[in-house]
Design a protein around this ligand. Structure first.
Ligand code: GLN
Length: 206
């Protein structure tokens, strides 16, 4: 467990959390603790003006269907195309993979750890999260089965990638919102801060 640090001052960064199904509330708490302003997203207009977006765990088939029925797909694609960061966790990683929304050049294998290992915890070395191992909670988790050359594998478990990053998209097979270690979300908030600053500069040049 990392030392308890000072609470992060509010950054004002608006971070959406797809709130159709699954464990979105725990994400909003971590984002708030890191100084973000979480916004629950259920309708297309709630995607407007976000600096980043989290697609939480749950059940990937259900989340995919709910994205379609809520009419959110175009807005999600626009968010991604605008270079605004996305964090997909567990089922959210599956939703982002190249067989679903195609936000990351990788395929995820559902329920990959099999019956014996339905749910487990493990200490992972995560690139960008410092030297201390990160405790990760896996619940009927996928692993990354294939990935393209532009994808960085930032953590593996048992020889399989379980956290990856490509450009503005960060994805993990575990549930970083279910521990009180905020370092995985902090990587995402740093990406969001960078992209928001770049957007502000772009605006200032116009
Ligand atoms: N097993 C779920 C799926 O395949 C993912 C589980 C989770 O998000 N915890 O969609």
């Amino acid at each position: 467990m990392p030392p308890v640090s000072e609470p992060t001052p509010p950054s004002g960064l608006k971070v959406g959390v797809l709130a159709l199904q699954g464990d979105f509330e725990a994400h909003t708490k971590v984002l708030r603790a890191l100084g973000g302003v979480p916004v629950e997203v259920r309708t297309p207009d709630q995607l407007d003006g976000l600096d980043g977006l989290v697609i939480p765990g749950g059940e990937s088939t259900a989340i995919g269907k709910l994205i379609a029925s809520a009419g959110l797909e175009a807005g999600l694609r626009a968010h991604h195309a605008a270079g605004r960061p996305i964090l997909g966790t567990c089922a959210g990683m599956i939703v982002c993979d190249s067989e679903h929304l195609g936000f990351i050049d990788a395929t995820a294998r559902r329920n990959a750890f099999g019956r014996q290992l339905q749910s487990f915890e493990a200490d992972l070395d995560v690139e960008g999260a410092g030297d201390e191992p990160l405790r990760a909670v896996f619940i009927r988790a996928p692993w990354v089965e294939t990935w393209g050359p532009g994808v960085d594998v930032i953590a593996s478990y048992d020889g399989h990638p379980v956290a990856i990053r490509e450009g503005t998209v960060l994805a993990c097979a575990f549930h970083p919102e279910l521990t009180d270690d905020p370092r995985f979300h902090a990587i995402f908030m740093a990406m969001t801060t960078t992209s928001a600053a770049a957007g502000a500069e772009e605006g200032a040049r116009r």
